[in-house]
Design a binder for this molecule. Structure first.
Ligand code: IMP
Length: 427
């Protein structure tokens, strides 16, 4: 095996970072291929907690190169801040350690401002307000500014003037104060000096890496149900979160991808607005939030919690291209009493077993829940799958049957050692 993609199989926050961190031990290159600093994962470096939003989880592996792919939208200020924080923690990322895709689009202050202004008004989607949507809008409208433009001061200035003028009209309409283009240009010049040496042709880099037998791990952001095309539109992010996104976003050939791991929590969470058929709004939902520490690592928002939704998970396996599953936070379900899983939806009196495409159907979908035996006790110290209580093992096996895929890893806590590996597998 060489090249692996890891994606989220729900609405994000499934714990992908832990698996990328684990699998990156065997990887030579770790690549993010979509999204921006709307994502977030926590690292512990020498006892210090560090939240990264852009730089891939593999950054702690000494010999691993980390890459921000062309499909991403990158806020240069955020990237430099993360590099500084890592440097303070003793991790110095030189131009060979951290690479930025030359074709990645930039998130600039006016994108953040537009995102926040829109979220303050009617039609808010519950975004992370990091400017991700507006930056992708500019990309699709073919007026975006890319990392490679940082290397061409004259072109950069022309593009910045046009971009600021365009955004200013929209900002004023929403009651905001337009950004100062001159100050932005000055900021970008300084950022370009630092980021310039990191900017590369990622597709070429990955092609050469793969040709010389180096192993590449693609780190997805968000989850399948937030995918721009196949998620719960319009309550989605603005990028591709599916395994196929790794090819498009990194300029990498599909035939060179050897495996796709989907990471799913043992229950479901969602931040932001939008349909969530198996959501629990009562005491059990609160228990899950408290026990699972379900607060967003990017925005700190409490996450909505619900029972494991097998309809949505089967859909994520299908459209996401998932071939192997990792289940996280099984320990959180311990001592919760009787459990339930969502096996179908009731849409206007009709039993539906496939995830509906129509937003109205999805909005009125009621979960068809099946009771599942709960398990008692703290399983977070288990060191092998066989040590888990029978009911916990059966819960995992039920998911395997429903999805027709092996659950190869079961996570029972945040630590690396709290990962139960079920089958002999290698990267
Ligand atoms: P945006 O990506 O900031 O535009 O937000 C769009 C939707 O995606 C909102 O519902 C966000 O809460 C959600 N979202 C974006 N990134 C993440 C993530 O990393 N985890 C979970 N939800 C996310």
């Amino acid at each position: 095996m060489a090249n692996l993609v890891v994606i989220g199989a729900q609405w994000g926050d499934e714990g992908k970072g832990k698996f990328v961190d684990l699998l990156s031990e065997e990887a030579d290159v770790v690549v993010r291929f979509g999204g921006g600093n709307n994502a977030g994962h926590t690292l512990v470096v020498q006892g210090n907690r560090l939240v990264l939003h852009l730089i891939p989880s593999g950054v702690l592996q000494p010999r691993t190169q980390v890459v921000l792919g062309d499909g991403m939208v990158v806020d240069p200020a955020c990237l430099l801040e993360e590099m500084d924080h890592l440097q303070q923690a003793g991790i110095d990322l030189g131009p060979r350690d951290l690479l930025l895709g030359s074709k990645a689009h930039l998130i600039l202050p006016h994108h953040r401002q537009l995102d926040a202004l829109r979220e303050g008004g009617p039609g808010a989607l519950g975004t992370t307000r990091r400017g991700v949507g507006p930056a992708y809008e500019d990309k699709a409208a073919r007026r975006g500014i890319r990392a490679l433009d940082l290397l061409r001061p004259e072109r950069l200035e022309r593009l910045v003037v046009a971009s600021v003028a365009q955004a200013s009209k929209r900002i004023e309409l929403l009651g905001g104060t337009p950004v100062d283009g001159g100050a932005l240009m000055e900021q970008l010049r300084q950022q370009a000096t630092r980021l310039g040496p990191h900017i590369v042709d990622v597709s070429l880099l990955l092609h050469e890496a793969a040709s010389s037998g180096r192993r590449i791990l693609f780190e997805g952001a968000q989850g399948v149900l937030l995918d721009l095309d196949h998620g719960t539109y319009p309550f989605v992010t603005s990028s591709t979160t599916l395994a196929g996104g790794a090819c498009a976003g990194a300029g990498f050939a599909p035939h060179l991808i050897d495996g796709v791991v989907g990471v799913a929590k043992a229950y479901v969470t969602r931040v932001g607005d939008g349909p969530f058929p198996s959501e629990l709004t009562g005491v059990v939902g609160e228990d899950l939030r408290r026990k699972g520490g379900e607060f967003g690592s990017t925005t700190g928002r409490p996450r909505r919690c619900g029972w494991l939704d097998l309809v949505a998970l089967r859909y994520a396996v299908r459209v996401g291209g998932i071939r192997r599953l990792a289940m996280t936070k099984l320990d959180v379900l311990g001592d919760l009493g009787a459990l339930q899983v969502c096996v179908a939806y009731d849409v206007g009196g009709r039993r539906v077993e496939h995830f509906p495409c129509d937003p109205d159907d999805l909005a009125r979908a009621q979960p068809v829940l099946e009771p599942v035996e709960g398990f008692i006790g703290d399983i977070s110290r288990a060191t092998a799958f066989g040590e888990l209580p029978r009911a916990a093992r059966e819960y995992v096996e039920r998911v395997e049957r429903e999805c027709g895929l092996p659950v190869e890893w079961v996570s029972v806590g945040p630590g690396r050692e709290q990962t139960l590996i079920r089958r002999a597998q290698s990267l």
